[in-house]
Write a protein that binds this ligand. Structure first.
Ligand code: SF4
Length: 425
């Protein structure tokens, strides 16, 4: 039963739903961090030269290792339906797997062109698995830019793995969401100190470490953009542990405590284990608080991290949110953060970029969090901005990164202050 006088923050705030032009990267972008995370996988984008350029320019050229991603280019004749694209794809995959015995999992990643010509990659993945099993399994998901945000690529990838995870009746904890290795190790060490047994990761670093799933599995998310993965795990009978996301001191503590409670850990033991890192995180955030306190922030919908980050900035850094825009509002996933954001900001879902630009110009926030394409024009209009994509590429989760996370937001404000001072001299 809910407490009738408990504050609900923004839980009951009416949501402005928008549908119009949106400005985001496509889901192929997530291959840039996924190919580093899943060490025995290869991501084969079935797309155009544009898709190949996006990946190469975003990921850079790897000189010391064979890359674990590539593009099977659809030529004009494929797009016109003049070639049998399935034959060409099979030949490409056969060549790749013959040359690369290190590949154990192959992801066929759909793109705008493959979707437009309705190339059935699910069928291709089934057919290729039959050919290459048991050495390699072939999965598919879409990373296309048609109606997606760039973080949905990871969500689609993880969700594609869930149906084939082995079943189990063991009581295990699965943590879903790709984190940099160093942050993942910190998290595992915290969970071990708290006394949580049998922690498994999705994605695992290699196929033989991947989790099993069943009715006694509990799972927690480290990334708020995993709506499909949440649904896929729930369909397999696993139980979600709802919690704020582990950003900052309070977010991390609430996330860990939500898990600890499910495993009957005492508050006394939990507090003893987390006291030192909590203190460190609080001090690290305080170093940025003077710059952030009382300043206003406006989120454009981009990475799907917006609601948890607005929670962090308002609850832990003293900022005020004018508008928190998110591409999708999954209350099952971000509800615990939403209820901790003090009432006041407009909450919007989806995007109509021109209307939102009108609103940001009207409110002239101290800081605007937005995509790369909007940042430069808004800077030219005198608004300080933070690129949303940087928040995904920078280690920002858990206690030890809390200061860095606050720093990502305080830095543009400091820079603007310095520029003002220089201009005044
Ligand atoms: S998937 Fe679509 S949006 Fe992404 S690079 Fe390819 S064509 Fe562009």
């Amino acid at each position: 039963m809910t407490n009738p006088i408990a504050p609900s923050g923004c839980s009951n705030t009416p949501v402005l739903k928008e549908r119009g032009q949106h400005e985001v990267f496509c889901g192929l972008t997530s291959i840039i961090w996924l190919h580093r995370k899943i060490q025995d996988a290869f991501f084969l984008v079935v797309g155009s030269r544009t898709c190949a350029h996006l990946l190469q320019s975003a990921a850079g050229v790897m000189i010391f290792a064979e890359p674990r991603f590539g593009t099977a280019i659809l030529e004009e004749a494929d797009l016109a339906g003049l070639n049998d694209s399935h034959d060409a794809l099979d030949a490409e995959v056969n060549r790749l797997l013959a040359r690369r015995p290190d590949i154990r999992q192959l992801f066929l990643v759909g793109s705008c062109p493959s979707e437009v010509i309705k190339l059935d990659l699910a069928r291709a993945a089934e057919r290729l698995t039959q050919v290459h099993a048991p050495r390699v399994r072939v999965l598919n998901y879409t990373g296309s830019g048609i109606e997606t945000t760039f973080t949905q690529g990871e969500d689609m990838c993880l969700a594609s793995m869930v149906p084939i995870l082995q079943p189990t009746d063991d009581a295990e904890l699965v943590i879903a969401g790709a984190l940099p290795d160093v942050v993942e190790d910190q998290m595992l060490s915290l969970l071990a100190d708290i006394g949580i047994p049998n922690v498994r990761l999705l994605p695992a670093r290699t196929q033989d470490q991947e989790p099993k799933i069943g009715p006694n599995t509990k799972f927690a998310l480290t990334q708020p953009f995993l709506g499909e993965t949440h649904a896929a795990l729930t369909r397999r009978g696993a139980q979600h542990i709802p919690a704020p996301f582990p950003f900052g001191e309070r977010g991390t503590t609430a996330w860990l405590w939500a898990i600890a409670q499910k495993f009957d850990i005492s508050r006394q033991h939990f507090d003893a284990v987390t006291r030192a890192p909590r203190d460190r995180a609080r001090r690290a955030i305080a170093a940025h608080a003077d710059t952030l306190r009382g300043r206003s922030v406006f989120f454009f919908p981009d990475s799907q991290l917006e609601i948890p980050l607005a929670r962090f900035l308002t609850q832990e850094c003293g900022m005020q949110a004018d508008e928190v825009g998110t591409p999708y509002l999954h209350r099952d996933v971000v509800g615990a953060d939403l209820e901790r954001i003090p009432e006041g900001p407009r909450i919007s879902e989806g995007q109509d970029v021109d209307k939102q630009l009108d609103r940001v110009r009207a409110s002239r926030p101290d800081l605007t969090v937005c995509g790369l394409g909007l940042a430069n024009p808004l800077e030219a209009e005198g608004l300080a901005t933070k690129w949303a994509i940087e928040l995904v590429f920078t280690p920002v989760h858990f206690y030890e990164q809390a200061g860095d996370l606050a720093g990502l937001f305080s830095r543009p404000l400091r820079r603007k202050q310095l520029l003002k001072l220089e201009a005044a001299e």
